[in-house]
Design a binder for this molecule. Structure first.
Ligand code: ACM
Length: 525
């Protein structure tokens, strides 16, 4: 018993010591932070008041936070009148869509926002202000018998709103498959950093990962291959049967999980290139040479076994797939790839753009589609700029299209981030460091007239070499935090030394959340 009391006291003291010694470690850095003197102290039972909003959705945001907070701290909130509340969530219709105010005084906490997303982001910031990152992961810290008063917030007034509406991360599960629990972890980390678009790259030459009921062989055949590793140079296919896929119910479960965290999912079906797995499943109408043998690819690179878009059945296939995707993913955007494929095959995709009303989605393509005879796609598409990204994005914006910046260098965060021996096998030479990722300046030198076309930024993660989720996490973190800050924080407030200082608090969060991360930028390792 004595030991437990001692541990509790030590835990509380260490939380306080941490608080006294360290500045606020907020990522992404808010637009405006005014720090004051003193602290707000939680007690075991707290009163909250939450303004009414259609669908009770502010209350839902608060209740999820309250559940997580209770799991970490034991502190219980009950909702009631504003006059008695210590924590007040106040609707302010005048604010921008994702903006919020978080005002902490020694007496109470006031949160204002116009939309549920704004309240969600305010509560993410509040979690980062707490003395332990345990509350971000809804986990009891060790010595979790700490008294409730040990949970405090610094006095602060934060006014915040994102720089860009699109703050994305793409995961390639075509080449390697990790499963829904791993995807949920990524969505959690994205949400902690106020990122809001999960681009799910679900099909590749090396695997088709999403159930399409009209074409069952896509997953029966296309989700499986005869090697776990993907051959490249001296690395040969290993002969292991490997694969996996998401049922539509699995995908809907992930959709719901993401929605609760204000993350929209952008499913990608990469056509007409990068489609060898689909061709292997239905060579009779997808292949350019149906009499030859076709298999799900065992190699890295760009396969020449692309979809025969001159076959009307292949065009119908694309329409049917998109129809089913629209029934699974309720969000506005679908990504149709279009990268690394001869552009003369593009014409047939005009049919895809003219889907039946009611199930229409906005379409995103990789920037190669700008090079071909693609005028028929019109301006109503979004270009995800990766190769020669700055110039491609500007080209798209000049033509009146929207654009998202996902520059291969340095935003492909599967690439090596150092030349240390601890770095896993991956692409690149170690030059996509945390600092290099952080220092990329989105929309640099873009004339003001074009800026409204720039929707935001996105990090991409390709998985040729990455066979397990722990390695995805290692390469992704902490670089994802650097991209998140580029998407959120005003450019003039960003600087790497300051970011690196704030970043030092993150290993605690990663450990509580149970995710792996690169250690070399953290002083404690
Ligand atoms: C890409 O990296 N092929 C979009």
């Amino acid at each position: 018993m004595k030991t437990r009391i001692l541990m509790a006291v030590m835990c509380c003291l260490s939380m306080q010591a941490l608080r006294a010694a360290e500045p606020l470690s907020l990522i992404p850095l808010p637009a405006s932070v005014e720090q004051g003197e003193g602290h707000f102290r939680f007690s075991e039972k707290m009163r909250a008041s939450v303004d009414v909003y259609p669908g009770d959705s502010i209350l839902m945001v608060f209740n999820r936070f309250a559940d997580d907070f209770k799991a970490a701290t034991g502190i219980h909130f009950s909702c009631g009148k504003a006059s008695k509340a210590k924590i007040r969530l106040k609707h302010n219709a005048a604010m921008a869509a994702e903006a919020y105010r978080l005002k902490v005084t020694p007496e109470n906490v006031l949160i204002e926002a116009a939309r549920p997303a704004g309240f969600f982001y305010a509560l993410q910031t509040l979690r980062q202000l707490l003395p332990s990152r345990a509350a971000m992961a809804a986990v009891r810290p060790a010595g979790g018998t700490c008294r409730s008063e040990a949970w405090t917030l610094p006095v602060v007034d934060i006014m915040d709103a994102p720089r860009f509406a699109w703050r994305g991360f793409m995961l390639d599960e075509g080449r390697h498959f990790y499963g829904k629990e791993e995807v949920k972890k990524i969505i959690d980390v994205m949400a902690a950093y106020k990122m809001n678009r999960f681009h799910w790259h679900l099909t590749e030459d090396q695997g088709w990962r999403i159930e399409i009921k009209k074409y069952p062989r896509l997953t029966e055949v296309g989700a499986w291959r005869e090697s776990k590793v993907l051959g490249w140079g001296d690395t040969k296919p290993d002969g292991l049967r490997y694969g996996g896929c998401y049922t539509q119910d699995d995908a809907r479960e992930v959709v719901e999980y993401a929605r609760e965290r204000f993350v929209e999912i952008v499913p990608e079906v990469d056509i007409p290139g990068h489609s060898q797995a689909a061709v292997a499943a239905y060579p009779e109408f997808l292949s350019c040479d149906p009499d030859k043998p076709h298999e799900v690819w065992l190699w890295q690179g760009v396969s020449t076994d692309v979809i025969n878009v001159c076959n009307p059945k292949a065009v119908q296939f694309a329409k049917d797939v998109i129809d089913e995707l629209a029934g699974i993913f309720p969000f506005p955007y679908i990504h149709l790839g279009g990268d690394e494929c001869p552009t003369d095959k593009w014409k047939a995709n005009a049919h895809i753009a003219r889907k039946p009303a009611g199930e229409q989605r906005k379409l995103i393509f990789w920037n190669e589609v700008l090079h071909g005879n693609t005028g028929f796609l019109g301006q109503d598409i979004t270009i995800m700029a990766w190769v020669g990204a700055d110039a491609a994005a500007k080209d798209a914006a000049t033509r009146g299209m929207h654009t998202i910046l996902s520059p291969q260098i340095p935003y492909y965060i599967n690439r090596r981030q150092s030349d240390l021996p601890t770095e896993p096998r991956s692409q690149g030479h170690g030059t996509e460091t945390v600092e290099a990722v952080y220092n990329y300046v989105p929309m640099k030198g873009v004339p003001e007239t074009l800026q409204p076309k720039y929707m935001g930024v996105q990090a991409n993660f390709w998985t040729e070499w990455v066979e397990d989720a722990a390695t995805v996490q290692y390469l992704m973190l902490p670089r994802l935090a650097a991209v998140a800050e580029a998407g959120w924080t005003p450019q003039e407030k960003r600087n790497y030394p300051d970011f690196l200082k704030r970043l030092q608090a993150e290993p605690e969060y990663y450990r509580f959340r149970g995710v792996n991360f690169a250690k070399h930028v953290f002083a404690e390792y």
